[in-house]
Design a protein around this ligand. Structure first.
Ligand code: 4GY
Length: 260
């Protein structure tokens, strides 16, 4: 429920201690165009504005001791409640970017793209007070198994991946349909002009004009790449009978290469 209709703009609130970090990525290229044409509205909120102590601090030491500082609950609660109050009737998703979250994926991006609104909380220091997790969040998302200095870069990744899926954001030419992951496979190799570059030729089949042969070659290359680089994706991919036949042959060939 709380599904956005395609014609409605998506409201994205980003709660951060460093709003200036977003200026470059959000004012260039497709994310800029999406905002200018009213398909998304990005609202940057400085969490520090919701600190109520006289030095405007937002961190504190952990109960129980230990090194490092935590983000205290007060300013995060204040900023989430402020944006929720300004988005009446939009109980959208409230996401914390953190390494403990659900692994981000194209399918999670598709799911988020259906939400009316997103609130993304960018964590800092050693982490956030657990009561933020317990009561404010609908989601925790990780962009990968590494630790960054804050949730800002991950928030940009999520906004980018979600925005390009919204109807009207990509033109016909850039369309998301044929992407990597749209069928759960890696992309086939691409070539543009010239036909020969520094002695390196473009595969003959791509110059042949035989559309069926080209389609088959591309599909086989997608399957080969996925098998070699990301075999775990194959169990979730949408495979036809033809794909399974090609895969069987590829595995046979690879095994023969290994032995021979
Ligand atoms: N990886 N995926 C990530 C991250 C920084 C300490 C909580 C990640 O999403 N976020 O590394 N975030 C940490 C820093 C507080 C956020």
């Amino acid at each position: 429920m709380n599904c956005r209709q395609g014609w409605q703009m998506m409201k994205i609130d980003i709660l951060t201690l460093f709003p200036e970090m977003f200026a470059g990525p959000f004012s260039s290229s497709i994310l800029k165009r999406a905002q200018d044409s009213g398909l998304i509205e990005i609202n940057l909120v400085n969490i520090r504005d919701f600190s109520t102590n006289k030095h405007h601090t937002v961190d504190d030491t952990p109960y129980g001791g230990g090194a490092g500082m935590l983000m205290a609950p007060e300013a995060i609660f204040g900023s989430v409640e402020d944006v929720n109050g300004k988005n009446p009737g939009m109980p959208g998703r409230v996401v914390l970017m953190c390494p403990q979250g659900t692994p981000f994926s194209q399918s999670l991006a598709r799911d988020l793209a259906m939400s009316e609104s997103l609130v993304i909380v960018c964590g800092h220091y050693e982490g956030v007070d657990e009561r933020v997790r317990e009561t404010l969040l609908t989601d925790e998302i990780s962009i990968g198994d590494y630790v960054l200095t804050g949730g800002e870069l991950p928030a940009m990744v999520v906004v980018d991946a979600v925005t390009r899926l919204l109807p009207g954001v990509l033109g016909e030419r850039e369309s998301a349909e044929e992407d990597s992951f749209s069928a759960g496979l890696l992309e086939y190799p691409h070539y543009t002009r010239p036909r020969e570059f520094r002695g390196l030729a473009v595969p003959e089949v791509l110059l042949s004009g035989h559309h069926e042969e080209i389609r088959k070659w591309r599909r086989r290359q997608s399957l080969l790449r996925t098998l070699e680089r990301r075999p775990e994706l194959l169990s979730q991919a949408e495979l036809t009978r033809e794909d399974e036949e090609i895969l069987k042959n590829l595995i046979d060939e690879l095994l023969r290469l290994d032995l021979g």
